[in-house]
Design a protein around this ligand. Structure first.
Ligand code: SF4
Length: 489
């Protein structure tokens, strides 16, 4: 099993542009993204249209998330106490390195539970967890000789390809069945087929062996319930249930903010999340886990560990990007975003892509990721579709402001904006610049359009024509018109 290469720290303007160009040139990706957009957005709209009091439910969901974040310290304490009362153990990780180390120690300790004589590498069965992507858990475990197998079908596919997930909810959104078929033929010797049921059965057989021989199961957590210590897992494949109940040790990994106060609040989230994510009333499996196996229970893990990860969230909570922590990771804003639907998740170079990902990445990982916020039209579709009404466009502007304040835009753009400011400060300069621009575009263009502008302005004309500046500005024309009217009066 291969895993995608570790993220290299930082982003550069050139690298982001290059990834965008690669995505735009990829016809398979374009088809896959178009299909995803059409299916998901239409399905989500129908699902909400059929939900009684849908708008009130969204308001309630937002209020629950706001309440949780505004008293996060209390709810975290309550949640941790409830988990421990249920027989689980809670571990606090300040950052990615600490979370990796805690989990590595827990997995290595699980070796003590093995039958004597078993010498194969420690095996981890993993169900989908964006937090594990964020902290690059697989690399850390594999570097210590531990075998990690992703068991969500989409994650299984991208892991075999050595790629990170391309979407919060649908990790293999960038692929068609043809690519999966070729992959399975190469990796498992499968006879050529485009039959999805056949391919799924093959993956199922492979994964079943993993579930029953894994030393540890690792899962994410959709919501932790503070009052009861319950871990809610919302899945469609049943792999989450197998990862969390069959191996003798279960490690649940979650961000600090993924809490709701009560089970009644969870019920509201269960109405919002599946409808927004997959257009379902409810997912195939909703697992509510409350502690390890008890003496009278026939199955379940013998140990349950909950790893609560900060990794920049506490810092975000006090700042202008705090609202991004309301996110319930449904992926709806990705599906509707006119930029994401052209470039896909990999172009962002972060585990969190799309509109909310551009905000979260800058908030958690710093200014190396602030450029992502420029990949937005600020159309507001993300805010409109978000089940908890997160004001993403306003935060994208905040991140853009941080990007500029850190002096990160390219030198030509910074100089250009300074020149623009200087020109705009005086009407005389503005008029002169207008004449110069009309002259230049008149020389470069034909008629009212310019086909090709010189670099760096060719970023515009590479994809569309540029309207030439009017030879006579509107102000002059207005003056002439007004003078003519005065004469006729
Ligand atoms: S920001 Fe809203 S729409 Fe986007 S993933 Fe989060 S909850 Fe879903």
């Amino acid at each position: 099993m291969t895993t995608d290469p570790p993220r290299t720290a930082g982003q550069s303007h050139g690298a982001f542009k290059a990834r965008i160009a690669t995505a735009l040139r990829n016809p398979i990706l374009q088809v896959a993204l178009d299909r995803n957009h059409e299916r998901r957005v239409a399905g989500r709209d129908l699902a909400f249209a059929a939900l009684p009091a849908a708008e009130a439910t969204r308001d309630r969901g937002r209020a629950i998330r706001l309440e949780t974040l505004s008293h996060l310290d209390c709810y975290l304490e309550r949640f941790a106490a409830s988990v421990e009362r249920n027989g689980g153990r809670v571990h606090w990780a300040a950052d990615a390195a600490e979370a990796q180390q805690i989990i590595l120690d827990l997995v290595q300790a699980a070796a003590g539970r093995r039958p004597p004589g078993r010498t194969t590498p420690l095996l981890v069965a993993k169900s989908k967890s964006m937090m594990s992507e964020e902290i690059e858990l697989n690399h850390a475990l594999e570097a210590e000789g531990i075998r990690v197998v992703e068991t969500d079908l989409g994650e299984f596919i991208v892991q075999l390809r050595g790629e990170p997930p391309a979407h919060l909810i649908t990790p293999a959104v960038h692929l068609r069945r043809e690519e999966v078929s070729a992959l399975f033929a190469e990796r498992f010797g499968m006879a050529p087929t485009l039959d999805v049921a056949h391919m799924t059965a093959l993956a199922r057989a492979e994964l079943r062996r993993v579930f029953f021989s894994a030393d540890v199961g690792i899962s994410g957590v959709n919501f932790g319930v503070a009052e009861t210590g319950t871990l809610a897992l919302i899945t469609n494949e049943g792999n989450g249930r197998l990862c969390t109940t069959v191996p003798p040790v279960h490690i649940a990994l979650m961000g600090l903010e993924r809490l709701v106060p009560t089970l009644a609040d969870l019920e509201v989230m269960l109405r919002l999340l599946p409808r927004s994510a997959t257009a379902q009333k409810i997912t195939s499996y909703v697992s509510l886990l409350s502690g390890p196996r008890r003496a009278f229970e026939p199955d379940g893990p013998e140990e349950l560990h909950v790893v609560l990860v900060d990794n920049g969230r506490a810092r975000m909570l006090g700042g202008a990007l705090a609202e991004a922590l309301l996110c319930i990771r449904c992926g709806a804003c990705l599906n509707v975003c006119p930029v994401f639907t052209e470039i896909g998740g990999h172009a962002y170079g972060s585990p969190y892509g799309g509109p909310i990902g551009s905000v979260v990445s800058a908030g958690l990982f710093g200014s190396d990721f602030s450029e992502l916020a420029n990949a937005s039209t600020l159309c507001g579709a993300c805010r409109d579709i978000c089940p908890v009404r997160i004001d993403i466009p306003t935060m994208l502007l905040v991140v853009r402001g941080q990007h500029v304040a850190a002096g990160l835009p390219p030198a030509w753009l910074r100089l250009g904006l300074r020149a623009w400011e200087w020109v705009m400060a005086q009407p005389g300069r503005y008029r002169l610049a207008q004449r110069a621009a009309a002259l230049a575009t008149g020389l470069l263009g034909r008629g009212n359009w310019v086909r090709r502008l010189p670099p760096p302005l060719n970023a515009w004309t590479d994809r569309r024509d540029f309207p030439a500046f009017a030879a006579r500005p509107f102000r002059d024309r207005w003056k002439i018109r007004a003078a003519g009217k005065a004469k006729s009066d």
